[in-house]
Design a protein around this ligand. Structure first.
Ligand code: SAH
Length: 224
């Protein structure tokens, strides 16, 4: 898989891909991620990519020309399955969407900033719009990192334990059961006895029961 993240502020999106699981995934050659500086496609000598909104109102708008030039340049090198704009009014991101995207080959994630992008970008250059929740961020960079993280960790071989992603919350319509590690007793707070029993069938049954109980308590909507 290859992911291009287009942003006017590359630094905002670099660090999530420079450490831990996402870095390892790239080193293993399971995914490549390029962070593309939109300013490299600026058409004026000041290298600006935003301008005042027509009709007035507060806030700058990212211009269509650099974005079009950038996407056209990327498309001349690769074929893309989706050109995605991160947007608070996009389709709400969830695990099912992460699963679907993890099956794709090449993706572009376009980050807006300020007031967003010129509407004509959304009308003519974008194939999908994703929101990570009903709140407004300063830019699409953190949202793009969220989507890329959720997708990349699903690629076969990225997580060490192959079954690990399958036992995470939402994959089976349930939230995950609680987890514990050493020490078995801390300040008199004990790890559930069954987890120390070594009895695999009993442990699996306990995990399943806990997952159902937690889902009923925390996310009854998932059980409906
Ligand atoms: N004026 C816009 C918000 C712009 S926020 C509005 O009211 O809808 C600036 C940029 O941050 C957006 O262009 C988008 O790329 C990104 N962004 C903000 N909130 C987001 C969210 N919840 N999900 C995905 N991207 C978001």
């Amino acid at each position: 898989m290859h992911i291009d993240i287009i942003t006017c502020l590359p630094k905002l999106v670099e660090s999530p891909f420079s450490d831990s699981i996402l870095l390892r995934a790239q080193k293993k050659g399971l995914v490549s991620v390029d962070i593309i500086d939109l300013r490299a496609y600026a058409t004026n000598k000041h290298k600006t990519v935003d301008d005042y909104a027509y009709g007035g109102g507060a806030g700058m708008v990212l211009q269509i020309e650099p974005i079009d030039n950038c996407i056209t340049d990327l498309k001349s090198k690769r074929q893309y399955d989706e050109v995605i704009y991160m947007s608070p009014d996009g389709e709400l991101f969830n695990q099912a969407m992460a699963n679907q995207l993890s099956l794709k080959g090449n993706l572009i994630l376009l980050c807006g900033h300020y007031k967003g992008v010129d509407e004509r970008v959304r009308q003519h250059l974008i194939t999908k719009e994703i929101s990570i929740g009903d709140y407004v961020l300063s830019g699409g960079e953190l949202a793009a990192a969220v989507v890329a993280d959720a997708v990349i960790r699903l690629l076969p071989g990225v997580l060490n334990d192959e079954t690990s992603a399958l036992t995470d919350s939402f994959q089976d319509g349930l939230v995950a059961p609680p987890v514990y590690t050493r020490p078995a007793t801390y300040k008199g707070w004990n790890v559930p006895e069954v987890l120390l029993s070594g009895h695999e069938a009993k442990i699996n049954l306990w995990k399943q029961e806990q997952a159902i109980k937690r889902t009923a308590q925390r996310r009854p909507d998932l059980l409906e």
